[in-house]
Write a protein that binds this ligand. Structure first.
Ligand code: SAH
Length: 354
């Protein structure tokens, strides 16, 4: 009701008000291609009011622990692809991960996100056991896993062991586009199936795509939006593509910050309650990327809580921010930055409110 009210009261440029529940493909096209910056600013304002209505000025924070830089996959865009012989590799032990959680908990984090390549040495069993240990040690913290495609059974073990959320970007909905970004042993359909399984197991589930990945067209993005509408995820992570050295796409140009921000705004309007981060990739391309993301409707930040010694070695793309205000230790500095735009960090699990 509130959303409708906000939107019906918000005149957005020549396109008129946006009815959040009925954004059409044509609306998406118009907003993604709008050249009037003032109109785009009004789109951001509308998205921001929807986020404010649901979350106030609080921004949820997640401590991101990058648990392994080994991966059995060979995604063409990712610096951690297995055929990249130049990539720095490391893998955290169970004790190192628990110590990171402990450090994060003391700093104020109440959500830990364990993300990594699909590292065969971090088996399903091992991850389920680790999940159970974290669950026991930090009963009031939420645990998010982001460790790629696993079997239905493995996902069930993770859930039963106490994981609350799972991030698995669908990357691109378009099959042909997916096939140009991934080797032939990977499939867009399987990834989507994983997402439906995760949802059915009761995970707060996150999907999403890179913006400006090589070969991406406006139609691909529209397919992504349609897929997100169908899946109805609790979390949506999007960020610009950034080239990674020693990959087939090392010389491609990075995705657009402006397009990413418009997509964040449209996603906020379409998914008012979704947990939408202002991602590290956005902050990497634009020093004000976090603030811009929040002002376009994002409500989550994921500072880096990996052990300082390995930070910078999780090289999914070049130049990735992991120090300064991207470091989990910079709680106060990050809060100060948010205060300057009228927001603040929230110490809490920051669950999806169904
Ligand atoms: N292995 C896990 C985690 C992958 S890294 C999984 O499969 O989900 C998390 C996300 O980083 C990926 O889903 C992808 O969308 C993004 N990513 C990878 N390479 C990137 C690049 N070069 N530029 C921007 N984002 C990238």
């Amino acid at each position: 009701m509130l959303i409708k009210k906000i939107n019906s009261q918000t005149k957005i440029g020549q396109h008129g008000p946006i009815d959040a529940a009925h954004i059409t493909r044509a609306d998406y096209v118009r907003w993604l291609t709008e050249s009037d910056e003032a109109a785009v600013e009004r789109l951001f304002e509308a998205a921001r009011s929807v986020a404010l209505a649901h979350f106030g000025t609080g921004i949820y924070v997640r401590g991101l622990i990058e648990i392994s830089a080994y991966c059995r996959n060979d995604c063409l865009y990712c610096g951690l692809r297995r055929s990249n012989r130049q990539a720095a590799r490391y893998r955290l032990t169970e004790e190192e991960i628990l110590a990171s959680c402990r450090r994060g908990y003391t700093l104020g984090y109440r959500t830990f996100v364990l993300q990594g390549g699909e590292d065969p040495a971090q088996s399903d069993d091992w991850l389920a056991n680790l999940t159970a240990r974290i669950r026991t040690a930090f009963p009031d913290a939420a645990l998010t896993l982001s460790v790629g495609e696993r079997s239905d059974e493995a996902y069930r073990w993770f859930r039963e062991a106490g994981a609350d959320r799972y991030l698995l970007r669908h990357e691109t909905r378009n099959e042909a586009h997916y096939a140009t970004l991934h080797p032939s042993d990977m499939s867009a359909a399987r990834r989507r199936r994983c997402l439906y399984t995760l949802k059915s197991l009761g995970f707060q589930t996150g999907a999403g795509m890179m913006v400006g990945s090589p070969g991406q067209t406006l139609d691909h993005l529209l397919d992504d939006l349609a897929f997100l509408e169908e899946l109805d995820p609790e979390m949506i992570g999007i960020g610009p593509f950034i080239p990674a050295a020693h990959t087939p796409f090392s010389h491609r140009s990075a995705g657009s910050v402006s397009l990413t921000l418009r997509l964040i705004a449209l996603l906020r309007l379409r998914f008012p309650k979704a947990l939408i981060p202002a991602t590290t990739a956005l902050a990497t391309l634009d020093p004000m990327g976090r603030e811009k993301g929040i002002l376009a409707g994002a409500n989550v930040l994921m500072p880096n809580l990996s052990p300082p010694g390995v930070r910078g070695k999780y090289g999914i793309y070049d130049g990735k921010c992991c120090t300064g205000d991207e470091a989990a230790e910079a709680w106060q500095a990050l809060d100060d930055r948010l205060n300057r735009i009228g927001y603040h960090m929230v110490c809490g699990r920051g669950d999806y409110l169904y």
